[in-house]
Design a protein around this ligand. Structure first.
Ligand SMILES: *Cc1c(COP(=O)(O)O)cnc(C)c1O
Length: 373
């Protein structure tokens, strides 16, 4: 029997009745855009994420662009971000005419290296061509970046800090979520993310009331107090009511799912010890395990071996952004990207989701061990 990489069908079966009823309520009340479930979900997400304000939006990419737009980031500005991430993290920066500056990650956690970040900002300042404005830190594979140190760098240089928590929403460091340190946390509800909906969706969480007010306007074409006077250039980026209704139900079980993912990750760690290099989580950190990513010298061999046994794997990310066609002309700061390159050549992710049962997991572990020999 083939194993799922992320088993959306198992979760669907577990939550079927509640979600079907929630969707039917929306179909019946017909407020498909900005219906009551949208505000209800935003409040629930704010409670979960300990945020005073939540703006839901169309996807996790818009969620990143919206605060940058609100801060007026544009031509001549630099936004620092990792290269070892999904394209959306950097993509939103050139949307606004600004430039992403790629910074290396830590070799053990794959998250932004605070020392390299400091170095990159100093280099950009010394060069004088771009104005440092913001940092986008990514909670890669689900674990929090080193926010105390990254936020200290941001404060020192007067930069805004976004936590791109599309993979890590719900993660914690020393009992706090990334928003404790960041000006805004963004997330994605793409179905395969730890908190996914049944289509596209995203959100921006913040404790900054002024920022939130501008985000509300930007989401609705730059609307002003007078509905016939749009006061800024905005966009249309709304979360569908149906998706909000689904997310209310999924958020209700999300904490339990994070716990399940951590149980599964601990079993992987014990089972795979000595066979492959298992993930290191930052001290004091709790991951949401968007991915369970191991490293090995022969990952192509391992992928082929597992595929023959009906076990899917994935590689995030074999080609870092600065090596990709659309991004290769943007600056690299902080002494190059050696850790990014080393990781990119060795990582491979195993099936991971909250419904991964023990017999299936044991099959995966045994297959990995058989390959390594
Ligand atoms: C998925 C993802 C996004 C973008 O989310 P979408 O909802 O697909 O637009 C942004 N950043 C990271 C790190 C992601 O993994």
């Amino acid at each position: 029997m083939n194993i799922a990489f992320i088993d959306l069908k198992a979760q669907r079966a577990r939550l079927k009745e509640r979600i079907d009823a929630a969707v039917m309520r929306v179909l019946d009340h017909t407020a498909f855009v900005m219906g009551p479930e949208v505000g209800e979900f935003e409040r629930a997400l704010g409670d979960f994420g300990r945020a005073a304000h939540v703006l839901s939006c169309a996807n996790g990419t818009d969620a990143l662009a919206l605060p940058l737009m609100a801060w007026g980031i544009g031509p001549g500005d630099a936004v620092f971000c990792p290269s070892f991430t999904f394209a959306a993290t950097a993509e939103v920066v050139p949307w606004l005419g600004a430039q992403p500056v790629f910074v290396d990650v830590l070799r053990d956690t794959y998250n932004l290296d605070p020392d390299r970040l400091e170095q990159a900002i100093q280099e950009v300042k010394a060069k004088g061509e771009l104005t440092p404005r913001a940092i986008i830190s990514v909670d890669l594979f689900g674990q929090p970046a080193d926010y105390p140190r990254i936020a200290a760098v941001a404060r020192r240089h007067g930069l805004k800090l976004i936590a791109d928590s599309a993979q890590g929403f719900g993660c914690a460091l020393d009992g706090e979520q990334p928003l404790h340190w960041a000006d805004a946390t963004t997330t994605s509800f793409f179905p395969a993310k730890p908190l996914g909906c049944y289509g596209d969706g995203g959100a921006v969480l913040t404790n900054d009331a002024d920022l939130h007010a501008v985000l509300v306007s930007l989401r609705n074409h730059g609307a002003g107090a007078d509905k016939y006077d749009n006061v800024r250039i905005g966009m249309n980026s709304r979360l569908d009511t149906i998706q909000a209704a689904i997310l209310i139900e999924k958020l209700a079980v999300f904490a339990d799912e994070i716990e399940a993912r951590n149980r599964i990750a601990a079993r992987y760690r014990d089972g795979l010890k000595g066979a492959v290099s298992t993930p290191q989580v930052i001290i004091g950190g709790v991951s949401t395990w968007a991915q369970y990513t191991v490293e090995t010298d022969d990952r192509d061999g391992l992928a082929a071996h597992l595929r023959e046994r009906g076990i899917p794997t994935a590689m995030y990310y074999p080609r870092p952004l600065h090596m990709q066609t659309a991004y290769r002309d943007y600056p690299v700061g902080g002494g190059g990207l050696p850790a990014t390159m080393a990781a990119a050549g060795r990582v491979i992710s195993l099936p991971m989701h909250s419904d991964l049962d023990e017999p299936t997991q044991d099959r995966i572990v045994a297959a990995v061990r058989a390959f390594v020999g």
